[in-house]
Design a protein around this ligand. Structure first.
Ligand SMILES: O=P(O)(O)OC[C@H]1O[C@H](O[C@H]2O[C@H](CO)[C@@H](O)[C@H](O)[C@H]2O)[C@H](O)[C@@H](O)[C@@H]1O
Length: 268
């Protein structure tokens, strides 16, 4: 898969021609490196500085799309004036938008019940814990990797057989989500419908995990200039992304490279 830095001239050219550049950004593993616990995740200074610089340029539109709860990712990313999609897009807020998936919200009482069951079952598994994100649960085992099987058993015992819920997997984490027809791909299409970028606008979705593949696939159908950038090393067997970066640190380098050209996007 091509290195995303090699595609920068193509994207800058599209930005120059259309007057717009859209960046849709995942948080953990993309803007922020993966760390031991969710509350320790932070955007590196280099990435923030380069993103600030890009956002000060003409025609650049940014949104953050995350599996985290909306308030959490908004506080953590702390990029002013943009739209945030939390809980894999089940809640969207900012830039004039306010939307909560109604069926997902209705599943909250059952989710609470499951959270209590899993929390009780994890008692005694040191390092495993439930992150309650309101509309979804993350059950982390990064610090209890040797007990992964027990964590999985606890989660499935509590959530399986409930028609309103489903279990998914991510990086050393299981998630319990409402069984609704909504994911990062749908969220990205919703955001683009609001943004209405003109034809020819380069639209980049940067993401690192399985849930980001929904967004990569959704972009394929949007326009020829919409494409996914996968942050991964090694690469997975399959991905719908068109190019890759090796690690979150490279995301800052990509923003710097996009902002480099003095000929475009400079506000008067
Ligand atoms: O969609 P994302 O913004 O990438 O969020 C996905 C999950 O990210 C967080 O968990 C992951 O990152 C943690 C901090 O680096 C790490 O400790 C954990 O092992 C990873 O799975 C977040 O806590 C989850 O709620 C998100 O769903």
């Amino acid at each position: 898969m091509q290195n995303a830095l090699e595609r920068v001239p193509v994207w800058r050219d599209g930005w120059r021609r259309s007057g717009r550049l859209v960046l849709l950004l995942d948080f953990d593993g993309t803007l922020a490196p993966i760390v031991a616990r969710p509350e320790l995740a932070a955007m590196p200074e280099r990435t923030r500085t380069a993103l600030d610089r890009l956002m000060a340029m003409e025609g650049v539109e940014v949104a953050v799309v995350s599996g985290r709860g909306l308030a959490d990712v908004r506080d953590r990313a702390a990029i002013p004036g943009i739209a945030y999609a939390g809980n894999h897009g089940m809640e969207i807020e900012g830039a004039g938008l306010h939307r909560i998936h109604p069926e997902a919200a209705a599943a909250r009482p059952e989710l609470e019940e499951v959270a209590a069951l899993i929390t009780a079952a994890l008692d005694g598994i040191e390092g495993a814990f439930v992150e309650d994100k309101g509309l979804t649960l993350s059950i982390h085992y990064r610090q209890a990797a040797d007990r992964e099987a027990d964590v999985r058993a606890a989660v499935h015992a509590a959530a399986d057989g409930r028609p309103g819920l489903r279990v998914t997997a991510g990086k050393m984490v299981l998630e319990v989500r409402p069984r609704v027809e909504w994911d990062k791909g749908r969220a990205v299409l919703f955001l683009l419908e609001q943004m209405q970028p003109p034809a020819g606008t380069p639209i980049l979705y940067l993401g690192d995990d399985r849930t980001d593949e929904d967004a990569f696939r959704a972009l394929d159908g949007w326009s020829p200039e919409a494409e996914g950038v996968l942050i991964a090393d090694p690469l997975p067997n399959e991905s719908a992304a068109k190019s890759r970066l090796h690690e979150p640190a490279d995301v800052g380098a990509l923003f710097e490279a996009l902002a480099e050209d003095q000929g475009i996007g400079n506000r008067e």
